[in-house]
Design a protein around this ligand. Structure first.
Ligand code: ADP
Ligand code: MG
Length: 591
């Protein structure tokens, strides 16, 4: 921590002294680099952190710059007033560009945003108010009492202060709840939604952030160059910007800044050979994508991971049981009534009805392909049922979005594990613990201390969850590097961290060894005893028989039996459904 403060202070002093050491051309280059670094941070937030392909960043930049130019020269407003309006206009455009992100994803979003960027250059080249191909010149310099901002040396300080604030804000976002949820959405938007992340709103927020950075950069550009023309905001600069973010490392804002500085300097060095420059940084981008997909910023963590793997290995600690919560009522927590789910011709679920009492551990068994996972997907809002009704906690929850269900107290795990691979184990748990709303993100601007206080509280809670599940030694690791059994445990810890009333576990014992299955049984029973109702899909019949009070058997999308484990095991229809299947139904003797 102390070292970090010293490094930041040292860099600050160096940055402050820089203008004393360089000539007027160099200070101009530095000023332009800072503007590109701002743009890169904005693009990094949308694309690297939130995973939203955004090729319109250069258009946000253009809107900010052109709005300042038009409002000062055509409408005669003062620079600062025009600047504020320009940023507001850019944010409005940012939200418009973000609208398609609510519906389309990844490469489609790339095409849509690219189209919007092209439309912008087209418009400014042709519109009279934007000065056509000649652009707009004679933009007044921003006025500040006692400081002549038409001097590039002094303008540098304005940029430096704005940039430091913008970077600090970006880092604050990335390291707290909002950024964590955006990163979770990038890694697995489905799982993020199932843990309460309001995915569409988060995508909009990503575009909003990118547009603020673009707008601020545009205003600074207009104030610095005092001339705007279409080619500054064209596709060539968009690709330069993309290159900066990819080379630097899109998941790290510091990486984006590094990439911006490095690539701009390369372009500057090669400015006499524009063709070679294009080929040069094209080649560098390709090399980075192939050999260092996480960019320059990904290299130090990789080195650290190498060093760690040679050190002592982390160990799994035993699970610590919950206190028993004896308060019980016989209410029905989950009621499924006549649910059908058809995929084209296939009836994955056909008129399924069942109800689960509060405090129960219900087993769902059935041969592969019998519709068990589909049933969970319908309950947790991932699939819309073709017919029927789901009632959860006494309320109709059919067709309710996953994040609303999560907030209402439903939590689940996935058959094929859906951990956030690029988040640490601790952060995986934090995403589930954090129940704050995306709409409360205004606190980041108006009350950042509330955000930090909440984050500190959440970290303490996450520590307690990791401790209970014996995962403390893995807290800082990425889950994808961990053994399968530990990943399964992390996913259960994450699902429980969301403090559900109803927990759905989809084949939690798959791939576990005998001892791990025993520990799992202990965990599930303790989770139930703490007051959580559990529904469990499982192939391990021993586990089902020992854990569940009641078992529902599915075959071919229909319920063929329901009752105590002993009762269903003796039902002829069940025995018939399992004939030929690899599983064996344990009898009294083998249990
Ligand atoms: P289980 O979990 O019991 O093994 P599933 O619920 O995964 O079974 O699948 C039930 C049936 O529905 C299978 O035949 C499967 O191929 C089909 N199915 C599941 N999801 C989809 C989907 N998204 N699109 C088409 N078919 C699906
Ligand atoms: Mg399944």
């Amino acid at each position: 921590m102390r070292i970090k403060i010293a490094v930041v202070a040292g860099l600050g002093v160096l940055a402050w002294l820089l203008p004393y050491t360089i000539d007027s051309y160099a200070i101009h280059v530095v000023n332009v680099i800072i503007i590109f670094a701002l743009l890169a941070v904005g693009l990094g937030l949308a694309m690297g952190v939130a995973g939203q392909v955004n090729l319109a960043q250069v258009a946000f930049f253009g809107v900010g710059a052109y709005a300042t130019a038009i409002l000062t020269t055509r409408a005669g407003l003062g620079f600062w007033f025009a600047a504020v309006l320009a940023i507001v206009i850019t944010v409005v455009i940012g939200l418009l560009v973000g609208t398609p992100a609510l519906r389309v994803q990844s490469h489609y979003l790339g095409i849509v945003t690219l189209g919007l960027a092209l439309a912008f250059t087209n418009w400014v080249t042709n519109a009279q108010i934007a000065g056509g191909a000649e652009g707009i010149s004679a933009i007044p310099a921003p006025e500040l009492p006692g400081v002549d901002l038409s001097s590039e040396y002094l303008f540098y300080y304005l940029e430096l202060i704005v940039f430091a604030l913008a970077l600090a804000f970006g880092l604050f976002v990335v390291r707290t709840g909002l950024g964590r949820r955006m990163r979770a959405m990038r890694d697995d938007s489905l799982a993020a939604g199932a843990l309460g992340a309001e995915v569409p709103l988060l995508r909009m927020t990503a575009f909003l952030l990118a547009s603020v950075y673009g707008g601020v950069a545009g205003v600074l550009y207009a104030g610095l160059i005092r001339f705007v023309a279409p080619e500054s905001f064209g596709i060539a600069n968009m690709f330069l910007l993309l290159g900066m973010v990819i080379i630097g490392g899109r998941q790290s804002l510091i990486g984006c800044v590094t990439g911006a500085v490095a690539l701009y300097l390369v372009r500057e060095l090669l400015s006499d050979h524009p063709t070679y420059a294009q080929i040069g940084y094209g080649a560098v981008v390709v090399l980075v994508v192939v050999f260092a997909p996480t960019g320059l910023a990904g290299i130090p963590p990789r080195l650290r991971a190498l060093r760690r793997s040679s050190g002592t290995a982390a160990r799994l600690q035993p699970f610590q049981a919950y206190e028993t919560d004896v308060s019980s009522d016989d209410a029905t927590i989950l009621a499924i009534d006549g649910i059908s789910k058809h995929f084209r011709g296939l009836k994955a679920l056909d008129d399924v009805s069942l109800s689960v009492a509060t405090g129960e551990i219900r087993g769902i068994v059935g041969p592969n392909g019998s519709g068990k996972t589909t049933l969970f997907n319908v309950i947790s809002g991932l699939y819309k049922p073709t017919a029927g009704r789901v009632e959860f906690g006494g309320r109709d929850m059919t067709n309710v979005t996953p994040y609303r269900l999560s907030r209402a107290g439903l939590s689940r795990t996935f058959q094929n594990l859906r951990l956030f691979g690029d988040l640490t184990v601790r952060e995986n748990v934090l995403v589930a613990l954090d129940r704050s709303r995306t709409l409360d993100s205004w606190q980041y601007v108006l009350a950042p201390w509330l955000v930090s206080a909440r984050d500190r509280r959440l970290r303490a809670e996450a520590g307690a969850v990791l401790d209970r599940f014996g995962l403390v030694e893995f807290a800082g690791q990425a889950p994808k590097a961990l053994p399968y059994g530990i990943q399964r445990r992390v996913e259960i810890a994450r699902a429980v961290a969301a403090r559900p009333g109803l927990l759905l576990l989809d084949e939690p014992a798959a791939g576990l060894n005998g001892e791990e299955v025993r520990q799992l049984g202990e965990m599930v029973r303790s989770i139930r005893d703490s007051g959580v109702t559990v529904v469990l899909i499982e192939h391990n019949m021993g586990l089902v028989m020992s854990l569940c009070e009641k078992v529902t058997v599915l075959a071919g999308g229909r319920i063929i039996a329901e009752g105590t484990p002993a009762h269903v095991a003796a039902t002829p229809a069940v025995i018939e459904a399992y004939l030929g299947d690899v599983m064996e139904i344990p009898t009294e003797a083998t249990r």
